[in-house]
Design a protein around this ligand. Structure first.
Ligand code: NAD
Length: 317
């Protein structure tokens, strides 16, 4: 849908998901204000937008108040990979909580809609499979992942309290594992690590035989889900799970990465680490019913695009 003259704020717009969201908004005719402190994002992710007449960039830390003129707000400003969010856990909680507060205040002052990118991590170590939005989760509040999961749980609380208290128009997306071009090659996540190692000709490491399953959503599908949620009628506040419910084994991902990268290095086997996260798989019944959304990209297509982009970034063309 093309909306004349609308200016959309994307906090975290220089990150993996945020940069794809900026592309999609610009492609449909919106103007975009990307706000980012470049802590985990990069200028490279948005370099192609530098000269775009409807794209503006503001270097800003969302833990500080912000006053800008915008018509819609997406909050994706938070480090997302465990390696990144555990590097400075206090700053992670600060970003999730104060960032949400500052952007909610801005949305309230301007009277505009605001969407929070939340995460499947708010379900913690789930005791219910697959996870639907009615499940309240099983989070260890003092564990090493809590800075992220509790931070985002608090952000969701702030969104709903602003909605109930001040009538703010809110949307909450609970995003499950997403992959694609512009993931950080060294962020320690499964797809990025496997692809980067395969392209470098290094052995891909499988823990515990690689029979554990995961579900991965291609970034293009995920961004389409975010747009649909924002555009949905105001009673659709969410939370809405966005993710790909098709489960694949870690071994399948490894083999596909090696095949597409043309790597002949053998797979390396290690024992399963104790803190290996439990399987998480989204129940997307709500997204299907309310947004008419479901992922369409096959793992083969998505991985092929990911490998091609990593090949360029790693200078391996
Ligand atoms: P990312 O790390 O690539 O992007 C986050 C962006 O936010 C980066 O550009 C970073 O520089 C910016 N940022 C961090 N702290 C900031 C601050 N204080 N002020 C301004 N900017 C700041 O991560 P991503 O994968 O693109 O994730 C984006 C959002 O989606 C996050 O909120 C994350 O919680 C959520 N999410 C992502 C996934 C996934 O699989 N990628 C899964 C669940 C949830």
């Amino acid at each position: 849908m093309r909306r004349e003259g609308r200016r959309v704020l994307v906090a975290g717009g220089a990150g993996f998901l945020g940069s794809h969201l900026c592309d999609a908004l610009l492609a449909r005719g919106d103007a975009v204000l990307c706000v980012d402190d470049f802590s985990t994002g990069s200028r490279g992710n948005i370099a192609h937008l530098d000269a775009h007449p409807r794209f503006d960039l503001l270097r800003h830390d969302v833990t500080l108040p912000l006053s800008v003129e915008v018509d819609e707000i997406y909050n994706l400003a938070c480090p997302a990979s465990p390696l990144h969010y555990q590097r400075n856990p206090v700053q992670t909680t600060r970003t999730a909580v104060l960032g949400a507060l500052n952007l909610l205040d801005l949305a309230g002052r301007r009277g505009v809609k605001i969407l929070q990118a939340s995460s499947s991590e708010i379900y913690g170590d789930p005791t219910r499979h697959p996870q639907d939005e009615g499940y309240n989760g099983n989070v260890n509040p003092i564990g090493p992942r809590a800075c992220y999961s509790e931070g985002l749980r608090c952000a969701e609380t702030l969104f709903f309290d602003h909605h109930r208290q001040g009538g703010l128009r809110i949307r909450i997306a609970r995003i499950f594992n997403t992959y694609g071009p512009r993931m950080h090659p060294d962020d320690g996540r499964v797809v990025s690590s496997f692809v980067a190692r395969a392209l470098r000709g290094e052995p891909v490491t499988l823990f515990g035989g690689g029979t554990q399953t995961r579900s991965f959503c291609y970034v293009g599908d995920l961004v389409e889900g975010l747009l649909r949620l924002m555009d949905a009628p105001d009673e659709v506040t969410g939370p809405v799970n966005l993710g790909d419910p098709r489960e694949v084994t870690i071994r399948e991902i490894a083999e596909l990465a090696c095949h597409l990268a043309g790597s002949t290095a053998p797979l390396e086997h290690r024992p399963l680490p104790q803190d290996d996260p439990m399987q998480r798989c989204p129940d997307i019944t709500r997204a299907r019913a309310l947004l008419g959304w479901e992922p369409r990209t096959t793992l083969e297509e998505g991985m092929a695009r990911t490998v091609a982009s990593f090949r360029q970034v790693l200078g391996n063309a």
